[in-house]
Design a protein around this ligand. Structure first.
Ligand code: APR
Length: 234
């Protein structure tokens, strides 16, 4: 493996699993306990805002006190020590990449620790529970505060930047994601189209496993530090 100039990393819930956060599609995952159409769509929020806010209030609370793990640390090390460019694109809404020190980071599905006003579009850091009575600090209207999280049917954030980076990368790493949700699940094809080497680091083969030139299967805290070590040694 030569020295890569431009690395794009895509991460998913499997990266944070060993930090104690639930994934979505594992047997005891979030979607085994909740229906997406009840808690993670704009229609659900319009129909029953209290239930949707409570779902995210619980997830925000479960994020409290959670720590970055060795896989997050390894990715932050790669960004710091690799001579080329590194961009991390995460589907995760937790703050663990930032806690580990990653700087060039895109939260394409938003962030649990931010709130968004549906009336004026203002975004702000938010650690407490969200309720429908809350008044927006910017437009002073109530009833519009929601988690700044991208729901099914909504456009993920900063897609233009992401596709630009995928079209220019020479290494694409997909870590801890089942490859079931688009557009993220299609990023490997974009990277292949750009001639990049593509590798999947996951507990088990993902839905898109056959599209990767290389795959390393095992827990993220083992396979990610080992792969980063190999990259930095070259
Ligand atoms: N180490 C590495 N991989 C792991 C680990 C682990 N310790 N534990 C689980 N995994 C893998 C699983 O095998 C699975 O392939 O992580 C993947 C998690 O897949 P999902 O639960 O589907 O999570 P993700 O791919 O991030 O979901 C994508 O779907 O519901 C939406 O918006 C939500 O961002 C999320 C998107």
């Amino acid at each position: 493996m030569g020295v890569y100039e431009r690395i794009v990393i895509l991460t998913g819930a499997g990266l944070s699993a060993e930090s104690g956060l639930s994934t979505f599609r594992d047997k005891d995952g979030i979607w085994a306990k909740h229906r997406i159409e009840d808690v993670a769509t704009p229609e659900a929020f319009a129909r029953d805002p209290e239930s949707v806010l409570e779902f995210y209030n619980n997830r925000r609370r479960s994020n409290a006190g959670v720590k970055a793990n060795a896989a997050h640390d390894a990715l932050a090390r790669l960004e710091k020590e690799h001579p080329g460019e590194v961009l991390t694109v995460t589907q995760n809404i937790d703050p663990l990449h930032e806690m580990a020190g990653t700087c060039r980071l895109i939260h394409m599905h938003g962030e649990i620790l931010k709130a968004l006003c549906m009336h004026c579009g203002a975004k702000e850091p938010w650690e407490e529970d969200l309720t429908t009575e809350l008044v927006c600090q910017i437009c002073n209207k109530s009833g519009g505060m929601r988690p700044d999280v991208v729901w099914f049917g909504e456009m993920p954030y900063r897609m233009e930047e992401i596709y630009h980076a995928l079209g220019a990368c020479d290494l694409f790493m997909s870590i801890g994601t089942s490859g079931t949700v688009y557009p993220a699940a299609g990023f490997v094809q974009e990277a292949r189209g750009a001639g990049a080497h593509t590798v999947e680091l996951n507990l088990e083969p993902s839905h898109g496993a056959s599209m990767f030139a290389e795959a390393v299967h095992g827990p993220a805290t083992e396979v990610v530090p080992a792969y980063v070590e190999k990259l930095l040694r070259n």
